[in-house]
Design a binder for this molecule. Structure first.
Ligand SMILES: NC(=O)c1ccc[n+]([C@@H]2O[C@H](COP(=O)([O-])OP(=O)(O)OC[C@H]3O[C@@H](n4cnc5c(N)ncnc54)[C@H](OP(=O)(O)O)[C@@H]3O)[C@@H](O)[C@H]2O)c1
Length: 252
């Protein structure tokens, strides 16, 4: 009997697959049977490529600078050249620029908006149109606790992660009846390079642990189950959800 969480035969595109949460999700999707196209800026994804190929799945590595619209469009063109339709898009690549709001520069704002909001929407629109033409597809964005909260010294990040929820709601509303599911995962505090300023400092690390009901930082692997669920037949009636995977942070 086929598992409802089975992704065998699917092709998943994961942006930001070289490290952190993207690598954890890419590996999780591959364990569930998907072949993966991993996208990163630098192409430093040898480790995740090896792990996925060791599972017997295909792994294609593509580089793209998603801080520019040209980069996003070039990526779509290279995906078309693969000659195989994309079943799952994981819009994971993201950055944060830290500065108090009154000192947040134009460049910081524009950079964060470009990577966290404009590129994910552009990819969703382009690959979503191809999915709509086939009558099926899954698109998952990465939201954040900053979708729900303001944070400190991350105003552009909070704005983009709130914006992601708006895009997810709008796309789900337009596409749910046409076979394409659009949802988001909102990770809590996950140990990656992005959060090293907090988890690498023993005192700050401990302060977060005390605030997280689960009593620990999350790992990239903690996000894999939600990504598989939302990508699989088990998630076929789920549309427009922003799913917290946060060790209980939001209910504290
Ligand atoms: N970590 C957390 O606690 C947390 C919490 C909530 C939400 N999130 C979200 O989860 C996602 C992944 O975060 P993470 O913590 O795993 O981050 P990370 O460890 O810093 O990894 C970021 C990934 O994004 C890629 N990337 C960055 N800028 C890019 C660009 N201009 N073009 C193409 N790729 C680019 C990086 O590629 P290179 O390796 O080539 O630079 C890398 O693969 C982000 O959307 C983030 O906002 C994270």
């Amino acid at each position: 009997m086929t598992s409802t969480f089975d992704l065998a035969g699917s092709l998943a595109v994961v942006t930001g697959a070289s490290r952190g949460i993207g690598a954890g999700i890419a590996l999780g999707l591959a364990r569930a049977g998907a072949d993966v196209v991993g996208v990163s800026r630098t192409g430093g994804d040898a480790e995740v490529a090896e792990a996925i190929r060791a599972l017997g799945r295909e792994y294609h590595s593509l580089s793209a600078d998603l801080a520019t619209l040209e980069g996003a469009h070039e990526l779509v063109a290279r995906l078309d050249e693969l000659g195989r339709p994309v079943d799952i898009l994981i819009n994971n690549a993201g950055i944060a620029e830290r500065a108090p709001a009154e000192e947040h520069t134009d460049r910081q704002w524009e950079h964060v908006v470009a990577v966290n909001l404009t590129a994910p929407f552009t990819l969703a629109r382009e690959l979503g149109a191809r999915m709509l033409a086939r009558g099926r597809g899954r698109i998952i964005f990465l939201a954040s606790m900053m979708t729900f909260q303001g944070g400190r010294s991350v105003v552009s990040y909070a704005a983009t992660k709130s914006g992601v929820a708006g895009v997810v709601h709008a796309l789900a509303n337009e596409w749910a009846g046409r076979g394409v599911n659009v949802n988001a995962i909102a990770p809590g505090y996950i140990e990656t390079d992005l959060t090293s300023g907090s988890h690498a400092d023993p005192e700050r690390r401990q302060a977060f642990i005390e605030r997280i009901p689960a009593g620990r930082w999350g790992t990239p692997d903690d996000l894999a189950g939600a990504a598989v669920f939302l990508s699989s037949p088990a998630g076929s009636y789920v549309h427009g959800v922003v799913l917290p995977v946060d060790g209980g942070w939001l209910v504290r």
